[in-house]
Ligand binder design. Structure first.
Ligand SMILES: Nc1nc2c(ncn2[C@@H]2O[C@H](COP(=O)(O)OP(=O)(O)OP(=O)(O)O)[C@@H](O)[C@H]2O)c(=O)[nH]1
Ligand SMILES: [Mg+2]
Length: 422
């Protein structure tokens, strides 16, 4: 039922910042003018109603956004890398593979145009203009662009139906679905015949709607009993509910009340969803003789009911017309209502972490922001060291080193740079 595919995506790397100085006629020592690198492009996943399935992602498994361009002299910043935009069907649930076990989805793209940024582009490196100060007019350092890793992403398409057919097991949901659509669900006289949602399309003239049989609802489904728990979520996405009741039941009206309370226990929003209550199996003589009584019981519960026989189609075309009417009403109300702003989901931003550990006599600094700082000239030059130290102060590396016990004279290493601490 659910289309599911794994892909690997990579955001763009950041472009490098550069070390450069103004060169002007008659000005022998111009100030720093190294531009910043551009940020890498993001990986964005967007719901698009013109995309109907995930098959395109089965052919190609790796997608990459554009890298940021390097900065240039004269404070020219590098261009941002191009975003990678992947269009998926409306109703796609997006998660990181690493979080699947925790059942954590990042985004549920239910509306056309909804999007989620699944991977942020690497940050562009800072040009040497950022490293100048009143005491240092000629910074020899700049920052390389951030290199980002790949992300494994799972795309999962969940059904989106206009109408959810719910009801206790064996009430005739599959039979109804088969009667109004071309779907061919298995029908049998025992509960839990249907084990996952089944879709069908019903037509009325030029118009049509999608129905889904939501199987396995029983008392306690909201606690995970039966098959219900997973599928209850799908009802939330439908516009209206057709609540099917077995006319043979001892008390059809009680069945309705009980299953509805099950729904609201799962999610109070479900209880508010427009619902058509339909009593099935009226072709059976035992049901026929009780019709008035059943109607009366529903009336006193404040509910009007439709009567059908899914098996003989009696009352079914009236039901389809009623569904159509209700759907039009729901979408008219929705349009009249405020336009909701499109939700944009964002995964947690990466945190800048700094850690220091000792290898032999050398203090190893792990700090992504700092590691990207590179010296154009010899790192042993005291001027460069002074400049680096300033940055370490700014980024909190100094504190981390002192905490780790670094003393003047100790060796310190960060990325490709190694020097003596002071
Ligand atoms: N007489 C009569 N029998 C019906 C009618 N609708 C369904 N049935 C019978 O009821 C039994 C259950 O029908 P299904 O359509 O499989 O019911 P379901 O609600 O989909 O059941 P599960 O998928 O197991 O939850 C079958 O034996 C059907 O033939 C009806 O209108 N009249
Ligand atoms: Mg069924």
């Amino acid at each position: 039922m659910f289309d599911r595919v794994g892909i690997v995506v990579k955001a763009g790397d950041g472009g490098n910042g550069v070390v450069s100085f103004r060169r002007e006629k008659f000005i022998p020592f111009g100030g720093p003018d190294g531009g910043d690198g551009g940020n890498g492009g993001d990986v964005v996943i967007i719901a698009d109603s013109s995309v109907t399935d995930l098959s395109i992602f089965k052919q190609k498994g790796f997608y990459k956004a554009g890298n940021g361009k390097n900065g240039k002299s004269k404070k020219r910043h590098g261009k941002k890398g191009e975003n990678l935009i992947l269009a998926v069907p409306v109703g796609t649930v997006v998660s990181y593979e690493t979080q699947i076990a925790a059942n954590a989805t990042v985004a549920d793209l239910e509306q056309p145009g909804q999007k989620v940024v699944m991977a942020d582009g690497g940050k562009g490196g800072l040009g040497n203009t950022h490293f100048s100060s009143s005491t240092n007019q000629a910074p020899q350092i700049a920052q390389e662009g951030e290199v980002v890793g790949v992300n494994r992403i799972i795309l999962e398409m969940r059904l989106i139906a206009d109408v959810g057919i719910i009801g206790y097991p064996n009430v005739g949901k599959s039979t109804l679905l088969a009667t109004v659509s071309a779907a061919k669900p298995k029908i049998a006289n025992y509960p839990f015949t249907t084990r996952e949602p089944i879709l069908g399309v019903a037509y009325m003239g030029q118009r049509s709607f999608v129905l889904a049989e939501i199987p396995g609802l029983i008392d306690g489904a909201h606690l995970g009993r039966g098959l219900g728990y997973d599928f209850l979520r799908h009802i939330i996405r439908t516009k209206i509910i057709v609540h099917l009741i077995d006319g043979k039941s001892v008390s059809p009206a009680d069945d309705m009340v009980q299953l509805n309370s099950e729904l609201s226990l799962f999610d109070s929003a479900l209880a508010k969803k427009p619902q058509l209550v339909v009593v099935n199996k009226i072709d059976l003589p035992q049901v026929q003789t009780q019709l008035d009584e059943i109607k009366e019981a529903f009336n006193s519960a404040g509910t009007t009911v439709l009567f059908i026989s899914a098996a003989t189609s009696e009352g079914v075309s009236d039901l389809v017309a009623e569904i159509m009417k209700m759907l039009e009403q729901v979408s008219a109300e929705k349009e009249a209502g405020e336009r909701m702003p499109r939700k944009v989901f964002r995964p947690q931003p990466r945190r800048i972490e700094i850690s220091v550990h000792k290898e032999g006599n050398t203090f190893m600094v792990v700090a992504p922001e700092v590691q990207r700082i590179v010296a154009r000239t010899d790192v042993t030059s005291s001027e460069v060291q002074r400049q680096l130290n300033r940055q370490f102060q700014r980024l909190g590396v100094r504190k981390a080193l002192e905490k780790a016990g670094a003393k003047p004279g100790d060796r310190v290493r960060c990325g490709n740079l190694e020097w003596e601490w002071y």
